[in-house]
Ligand binder design. Structure first.
Ligand SMILES: [Zn+2]
Ligand SMILES: [Zn+2]
Length: 736
């Protein structure tokens, strides 16, 4: 009896055996439906066996093969196997990450989905639409323009720019069969023309040449370029050449917000090539279709966030990881993989070059360069010849009269920009109005009832809100402890800054960008468009603003509250702050106008600010390397974090104490050079009503901790404590 071993998306590490009914053709990688307990489950065949160790009467049959999805290719199965073993995750959950969303109803397109792909007029539409649009002049104009355009395609980008009523109308045209989703036809234009159009300078050209020359073999590159040095042009030129010679290119970006912008640049630089996007905000139907286009080799370029690293790419020729240092490449729940690191493994597996791009590379990547594993490609200058590095001013907070935390220097500088018709960006990495509410009479502070955290004042919605669990409540009129009416919002967030600037500059057009203001899909794009077309004078925002946005008239960046990160308990906090500040500073003066950066800090002598002042990120990383080496921390060591949470503190504590003891026993017994630290409470000790704690395991060698972890995990699984939820995270980035 033939048996299929199947990975199912359930949180156990083992696979499950099923017998194969006669006449069902199966091979490894096939997507199948089976029964697990009382439920139907989709899974992937990992291997075929002649027989199972499980008794025949206890085995169920494979119910069906899912026809809409081709089986996972051999290389994807290998990739799943690597991710499962490296990150200590169940193979079934990893496979579920690789598969596109399946399931009922996902094939129907909803309104917003239609905007994600190019649309093409059908022959029926060409004939019937003119008559149907007789009394709709604007729709008719759209039709005329559309049908005259080459290929009669309306790109996703163009659709996104349509007024809402036309978007809805186009959606109805699709329902009527007048338009249909389409991939653009390939153009015959050669790669040379594309590269010409990009106008590469010599540093860019050298980088492109090096990447293209490495085609067909594993070659990791670190493309290190100051902000504004034109890394994107290098990506696009290299991608164009790889596509022209028949390859597929995978481009990873850290944020969903960056994909439309990137898509547009790809469309301009590499016209006629088929680009699909993959990220979590696409509907299930679109994601599945794009996945299928990639799997069939019909998409030339796949652009996406970290989950796109698992895209099926039969003709893969090049992988690009933009902003490789960005922490959002690390998935923080479910399968806790790092998109950049998986990308490197995949490039090696498929023998293709991989380009990691950043102005502020991760210490890990810099160390690989130092040790000769990665080749460094440098873009030392800003691409626009006249654009120079911005002037940096470090301005104290303490001991002076500030207005709502804004220094006189910053106010003056913003005023000067307003007078000249230039734009300013004021950056603070805290959303909301104020990070806490304080009673001046008795010292009470508004705390979250479910977390060990303060509630944040949100003036616009008149709410106190917890940024960890989303608990919210009305802002109280009086102190619940003493009845005092004098409640003071303490500290500053984006909303408070926005209000202060509006008071000081009543005629300025101010926009705020943070997670609250951009909840609605497309709102971020809309603000960006407003800034680009000069309809905004002052932008206030969080780190969302720091990444990859070019505004020609933006000449001033003000940074508030940066000192908060300097003395954080998280050893990576200064590295993240440095990346952020160099990025934010890079927003100022990118075109013809000179830029200025004002950082409000009480620690101007900190190595980070000195390096910023000298526009020398590497100077800061030298200091950081020394610090990490002395403390034996990554990249000089390898870590794993066991986190646990439960309703009761004593349950967490006893579970972690036992887990730590088991770990130490295994390390001692097998002479693994692994140190298992005693359990500690998480820095947010309680979140959403659950008590939290963690244990750090540390080793100098990656292969040592890799051999230790499966044994530790197996041992921990035997521990009692069903009310404790725990997870093991390999190479953790954050210690929350
Ligand atoms: Zn009080
Ligand atoms: Zn909370």
């Amino acid at each position: 009896m033939a048996v299929a071993r199947i990975a199912l998306p359930v949180a156990v590490s083992s696979t499950f055996d099923y017998w194969i009914p006669d006449g069902l053709a199966l091979s490894p990688g096939a997507v199948v439906r089976v029964r697990l307990g009382t439920r139907a489950q989709l899974g992937v065949v990992i291997e075929m066996l002649a027989t199972s160790e499980v008794a025949r009467e206890r085995l169920h049959p494979v119910a069906a093969v899912i026809p809409e999805i081709p089986g996972l290719s051999r290389d994807l199965l290998e990739l799943a196997d690597f991710v499962a073993s490296y990150y200590q995750e169940p193979i079934g959950l990893v496979v579920a990450q690789i598969l596109p969303p399946l399931g009922a109803g996902s094939s129907s397109l909803r309104t917003r989905d239609a905007m994600e792909v190019a649309l093409r007029l059908t022959p029926k539409g060409r004939i019937e639409l003119p008559a149907a649009l007789r009394r709709a002049p604007r729709a008719r104009a759209l039709f005329t323009e559309w049908s005259a355009a080459q290929g009669a395609l309306l790109s996703a980008w163009q659709q996104a720019r349509l007024p809402v009523h036309l978007k809805h109308r186009v959606r109805r045209w699709e329902a009527a069969g007048w338009v249909e989703p389409a991939m653009p036809d390939r153009e015959s234009s050669g790669p040379a023309g594309c590269v010409d159009r990009l106008h590469l300078n010599s540093a860019q050209q050298q980088s492109v040449d090096a990447i293209v020359e490495a085609r067909g073999r594993f070659a990791p590159f670190l493309l290190e370029g100051v902000t504004g040095s034109g890394k994107t042009e290098v990506y696009l030129a290299a991608a164009a050449q790889c596509i022209a010679s028949g390859g597929q290119v995978l481009v990873l970006v850290p944020e969903i917000n960056l994909t439309p912008q990137f898509e547009q640049r790809i469309a301009t630089a590499i016209p006629g090539r088929r680009t699909v996007t993959l990220h979590s905000r696409l509907s299930a139907g679109i994601r599945r279709r794009n996945w299928l286009l990639a799997a069939a080799g019909d998409a030339d370029l796949v652009l996406g966030t970290r989950l796109a690293v698992f895209a099926p790419l039969p003709r893969l020729a090049l992988i690009i990881v933009d902003e490789e240092h960005d922490p959002s490449y690390k998935q923080q729940d479910g399968v806790r993989y790092h998109g950049r690191d998986v990308a490197i493994w995949r490039a090696k597996q498929r023998a293709v070059p991989v380009v990691l791009g950043s102005a502020t590379p991760a210490l890990e990547s810099l160390m690989h360069v130092e040790r000769g594993r990665y080749r460094r490609l440098a873009l030392p200058f800003r691409a626009v010849a006249s654009a120079r590095q911005p002037a940096i001013a470090l301005v104290p907070n303490r001991g002076r009269v500030t207005t709502e935390g804004i220094s006189p220097e910053l106010f003056a500088a913003i005023g000067a920009r307003l007078a000249r018709g230039e734009q300013s960006l004021v950056f603070i990495n805290r959303r909301g109005f104020a990070p806490s509410l304080f009673c001046v009479s008795c010292g009470w502070r508004a705390g979250c009832p479910r977390c060990s955290a303060r509630l944040v004042v949100h003036r616009d919605t008149h709410l106190l809100r917890c940024h960890h669990c989303n608990h919210s409540e009305r802002i109280p009129r009086a102190c619940p402890e003493c009845g005092n009416l004098d409640l003071l919002p303490q500290g500053h967030g984006t909303q408070r800054l926005e209000a202060a600037l509006a008071t000081r500059f009543p005629n300025a057009r101010i926009a705020r960008i943070d997670r609250d203001s951009t909840k609605r899909k497309g709102s971020f794009d809309a603000v960006r468009e407003e800034v680009t077309s000069g309809n905004i004078d002052i932008l206030v925002g969080t780190q969302m603003l720091a990444k990859g946005h070019d505004f020609a008239r933006l000449t001033l960046v003000g940074v508030l509250g940066a000192d908060n990160a300097l003395y954080s308990a998280d050893f990576r906090a200064t590295e993240r702050l440095a990346a952020l500040l160099f990025q934010v500073a890079g927003r100022a003066g990118r075109a013809q106008l000179p830029g200025e950066v004002i950082v409000q800090t009480d620690f101007p002598a900190h190595p980070l600010y000195r390096a910023l002042d000298a526009h020398d990120y590497r100077r800061f990383t030298e200091a950081l390397f020394a610090e990490r080496r002395a403390a034996s921390m990554p990249p000089f060591a390898h870590l794993a974090l066991l986190t646990a949470q439960a309703q009761r503190r004593d349950a967490v504590d006893s579970f972690l104490a036992a887990a730590s003891e088991l770990g130490r026993g295994i390390a001692r017994g097998s002479s693994f050079a692994v140190e298992v630290f005693p359990p500690v409470a998480a820095s947010l000790a309680r979140r959403a009503g659950l008590e939290r704690g963690q244990i750090l395991a540390h080793a100098l060698e990656r292969n040592v901790i890799q051999r230790f972890l499966p044994r530790w995990r197996e041992a921990v699984m035997t521990l009692p404590g069903r009310r404790v939820r725990w997870a093991l995270e390999v190479d953790p980035l954050a210690f929350a």
